[in-house]
Design a protein around this ligand. Structure first.
Ligand SMILES: Cc1ncc(COP(=O)(O)O)c(C=O)c1O
Length: 487
């Protein structure tokens, strides 16, 4: 019998009592919002703050009230990556199976640090990794790990390259010990994602030590310039190639880059954070030829694999370099006493210790829809991008600036008789007006130093009528703006 000296929780404070709520009913409004226009509505931070209760949380709000509060706010000030007319940045649409899968992740609440911590989670994560490693023809000894996103995965891939470049002492003595004679550099193209620069910052390499190679007329890394750079530097950590750049979707010439790297035993890291989804399609796979020769590859699930945020796969051809960097044990955690699968831990090949069951939604959607079917959707995205490019080519007032190598293209509204500055202004106005109208969204960018209309098609719900709709909007708004100017 508990006595007064035993700690007792007041029954009113009991958190184990679950509030009853009908999940389907509660989430129905959010479900409908996914494809509702407008995609975005301009706001100030103060506008949004008025819809979010920021008073000290005393408790007592019902779950229904909370769902209503949030769905009211997202209805008023949406940002719907889920909308089939969303063509901005590189944002994931999320799959219909995701809400269930993410609820399962929360209910199970497994910490997928390794086998002993989560036998099922580890088995599932390793399974999904193997399916994806097979898409790039990586050897059976390769290993991978899901991280929070492409930025983290790029950084860890480069960290692993440092381990190989500088050997076991790198772990204890740090980069400074190897920077005395000549500065260690990362080589990538000028179109590489900025996460490479941030990796250089975080790893103590420094952005001054990134050698940015010029791109060719298709925005791909120039091989002659790469060859020169490889000859000029003797302390090269890695070459980072892109299999789908963020701005134009360009795929660097991977087979030739792999040849050059292998000739000098330089680590090749391939950033396929955006582009990798196309690997699901056998028709598209030849475009990535050479990726199978990389030392590390990054593939974001929350981009063109259609998965809800968040998860990025980092694949290591030889995981031992990462293991050399990250393996630790402590009095309270003794691990990796042998190579058996039961001793396997993800935290020995990556920096995270506590890890969400990230692979579960991927496992569920890949098994439910099938990788081949998802691949046919990726192919459809590419076909839509190619169709749009063809329409742009045939429209007199439009100019195609970056043809799709995958599912991104850039173009410009450019009626005859306008000078460069007017065309630049016009395109910025068109982009803003398209966003304001609400049915389509294209994000700002510059190509060759000038504003461009960039279209990224990675939504599984996008159909050709959305692509046509976007183009009609651009043409109509462009004509209206020119007419207004003449008035
Ligand atoms: C090519 C490329 N690499 C890396 C990243 C960074 O990925 P994340 O946003 O998941 O950190 C992006 C993001 O768009 C990208 O396009």
């Amino acid at each position: 019998m508990p006595t007064d000296s035993h700690p007792r929780l007041d029954p009113d404070d009991d958190l184990t009592v679950a509030a009853a709520i009908d999940m389907n009913a509660a989430l129905a409004e959010l479900q409908q919002q996914r494809t509702r226009s407008p995609i975005i509505r301009p706001s100030t931070a103060a506008d949004v703050a008025t819809l979010i209760d920021q008073s000290y949380p005393q408790g007592g709000d019902s779950l229904e009230q909370l769902v209503t509060q949030i769905s009211h706010a997202t209805e008023r000030y949406p940002r719907r990556n889920t909308h089939p007319g969303f063509f901005g940045w590189v944002a994931p649409s999320g799959l219909p199976s995701d809400p269930l899968a993410h609820a399962m992740v929360s209910l199970l609440n497994e910490n997928v640090g390794g086998y002993w911590a989560s036998p099922v989670g580890t088995t599932i994560e390793k399974t999904v990794i193997r399916w994806l490693a097979d898409l790039v023809d990586f050897p059976t000894e390769s290993q991978g790990v899901f991280l929070s996103g492409g930025s983290m995965a790029n950084m860890c891939g480069i960290a692993s390259a440092c381990a190989k470049r500088f050997g076991t002492d790198y772990r204890s003595r740090g980069l400074a010990a190897f920077s005395v004679e000549s500065k260690p550099v990362i080589i990538c193209s000028s179109a590489a994602h900025f996460s490479i620069r941030r990796a250089a910052v975080m790893l103590g390499i420094g952005t001054d030590n990134i050698v940015a190679i010029d791109t060719d007329d298709q925005f791909r890394m120039r091989l002659d310039a790469l060859e020169t750079a490889l000859g000029e530097h003797d302390n090269i950590i890695c070459v980072v190639a892109s299999a789908g750049t963020t701005n134009t979707g360009a795929i660097d010439p991977l087979p030739q880059i792999a040849d050059l790297c292998h000739a000098q035993d330089v680590w090749l890291h391939v950033d396929a954070a955006y582009g990798a989804g196309g690997l699901m399609s056998p028709e598209l796979r030849p475009r990535y030829r050479g990726i199978e020769r990389a030392d590390s590859v990054v593939m974001d699930m929350h981009k063109w694999f259609y998965q809800s945020l968040a998860g990025s796969l980092l694949l290591y051809r030889d995981p031992d370099w990462a293991r050399q960097l990250f393996t630790e044990s402590s009095d309270y955690l003794r691990m990796n006493e042998d190579d058996s699968p039961e001793q396997f831990s993800f935290f020995s090949i990556s920096p995270e210790l506590s890890r969400r069951f990230r692979a579960l939604p991927f496992y569920i959607s890949m098994r439910h829809y099938g990788l081949d079917r998802m691949g046919r959707n990726a192919l459809h995205n590419v076909r839509c991008a190619e169709y749009l490019a063809e329409r742009v080519r045939t429209e007199q007032d439009l100019e195609l600036i970056a043809a799709p190598q995958l599912s991104i293209l850039c173009f410009r509204y450019r009626p005859s008789g306008l000078d460069h500055d007017s065309v630049d202004r016009l395109n910025t106005l068109i982009r803003d007006r398209v966003q304001l109208e609400g049915d389509y969204l294209i994000s700002p960018t510059r190509v060759n130093e000038r504003p461009a209309l960039r279209v990224c098609i990675i939504n599984h719900a996008t159909r050709v009528e959305h692509v046509d709709g976007l183009l009609e909007s651009v043409l109509r708004i462009g004509r209206d703006l020119i007419a207004q100017d003449k008035e």
